[in-house]
Design a protein around this ligand. Sequence first.
Ligand SMILES: Nc1ncnc2c1ncn2[C@@H]1O[C@H](COP(=O)(O)OP(=O)(O)OP(=O)(O)O)[C@@H](O)[C@H]1O
Length: 242
Amino acid sequence: MLTVSLLAKSFGPTPVLNDISLDLPTGQVLAVLGRSGCGKTTLLKILAGLETPDRGDVRMDGQSVLSVPPERRQVVYLYQEPLLFPHLNVFENVAFGLRIRHVDAATIDQQVDAMLNDLELSDQARKQPNQLSGGQRQRVSFGRALIIRPRLLLLDEPFGNLDAQTRATMQELFGRVAKQYAMTALFVTHDTREALTIGTRFGYLDRGVMTTYDSVADFVADPRTGVHTELAFWESVQTRAV
Ligand SMILES: Nc1ncnc2c1ncn2[C@@H]1O[C@H](COP(=O)(O)OP(=O)(O)OP(=O)(O)O)[C@@H](O)[C@H]1O
């Protein structure tokens, strides 16, 4: 579905993305592990059409999208802080994309009810965004994105502002909904465990260089992913506990 080839971008003399290539088939979630400053926002902005690359190509379903403006790419970009309309309740925030497409009212009611149910938000439908928790707001934001069935979802540390327990619940819910809606997504995180929970494919972005892996085993085996360090930490805790 998404094919990125030899994408490069510099700001002045500083290269930020170095010949990035990747393939993402429909219905797969590519979890990209990347530390702060690795170039993730620049990559996602290029995919969304908000930034232009110096070289390389971005194709969706075989067609280059570089000359397609952001609003016509059918790509949704979700940030850490969910952007909701403060004056609309949860139902209307999720319904928004369908209303502007003039979908009939009965279909909107049915699709939004189903989406709220899938996202465990049915009880919150009449609340305003400022009456919700951070995790609930993030779920509304997913609902708004998913209801219009985007071709590609880009997620930039979407759970970064949530506490550990809410984050774990959101990861589980995201994984389930991604599968249910056969979502094609690129998910960037600095959290190894989150990458492993959410990804069906894996990448590592470091100073603008992307490594992709053929299997979970290959991803875990790369010392840069930090899995070994984490395991060693838990083993040391266990040793101290006995
Ligand atoms: N418009 C710009 N002009 C100049 N330099 C930029 C611009 N945008 C990004 N950069 C630089 O490019 C590098 C990568 O930035 P980017 O925002 O892609 O990183 P990131 O991985 O998203 O980091 P973070 O997680 O800290 O947001 C940084 O060194 C940044 O200073």
